[in-house]
Design a protein around this ligand. Structure first.
Ligand SMILES: Nc1ncnc2c1ncn2[C@@H]1O[C@H](COP(=O)(O)OP(=O)(O)O)[C@@H](O)[C@H]1O
Ligand SMILES: [Mg+2]
Length: 227
């Protein structure tokens, strides 16, 4: 089953009188449970593509379906609900709240979904365990290494069991060893939870840990490869 379908997707940003064509006709499908990496030079449209898939921004032209739902037919409320329930996001700068502990950072999305207090901690603990950082649950972000902080970021992204996990350059601020552990975590999540994972990375050696890679240049896909 195709969980994501993009057909001839364009995104044009208008800055005053200047038009920036960030995406120029993307044809892309992701099957449920696939682990895909997106590579390509800076400015090639990788983040824009992630924003489209993450329903954070609208496409200018073309067609896009997520879980067989035509995105152009979704209201803003439906999109917000979809983002909370079906999508998990991991960012370059872990964006953890510094005044909250690791476990508290992880259960924020569950609070937004109105889950009960006792469920919060047990669900958060489960994903921290899965990512090998349970013993850091009560540490504050500044007491964690970069790799650990990013794994907390991933734990937060998956705590509501989203079907699709999106990560935009999640390892760009990490040393290579920590970056490896983060990709290892993606691999394990993909195998254990059959999540669909899409990761943007600059580093081809990391990208090759996915099932399949696509390369963007000037807003189009210029290369695809199975690993
Ligand atoms: N919000 C925006 N407004 C205007 N231009 C944008 C915006 N976001 C991205 N762009 C432009 O679109 C192109 C693709 O950007 P982006 O998707 O961020 O590339 P990448 O993530 O591959 O570095 C770039 O030329 C960038 O300057
Ligand atoms: Mg980017």
């Amino acid at each position: 089953m195709n969980i994501i379908e993009m057909h001839g997707v364009h995104r044009v940003y208008e800055l005053g009188t200047v038009k920036v064509k960030a995406l120029n006709g993307i044809d892309f499908t992701a099957k449920k449970g696939e682990f895909i990496s997106i590579m390509g030079p800076s400015g090639s449209g990788k983040s824009t593509m992630m924003h489209m898939i993450g329903l954070l921004d609208d496409i200018t032209k073309g067609k896009m379906k997520i879980k067989n739902i035509d995105v152009s037919k979704m209201t803003e409320n439906m999109k917000t609900d979809f983002r909370l329930r079906e999508l998990g996001f991991v960012f370059q700068f872990y964006s953890l709240l510094p005044e909250l502990t690791a476990i508290e950072n992880v259960y924020i999305p569950l609070m937004l979904l109105g889950k009960k207090n006792h469920e919060l901690k047990s669900s958060a603990m489960k994903v921290l365990e899965m990512l090998g950082i349970a013993e850091r649950a009560n540490n504050y972000p500044h007491q964690l290494s970069g790799g650990e902080q990013q794994r907390v970021g991933i734990a937060r992204a998956i705590v509501n069991s989203p079907e699709i996990l999106l990560a935009d350059e999640p390892t760009a601020s990490l040393d290579s060893k920590s970056a490896d552990t983060v990709f290892q975590a993606f691999r394990e999540l993909n195998e254990k939870l059959k999540q669909t994972i899409i990761v943007v990375t600059h580093e081809e050696a990391l990208g090759a840990k996915a099932d399949r890679g696509i390369w963007l240049k000037d807003g189009i896909i210029v290369k695809e490869k199975k690993f």
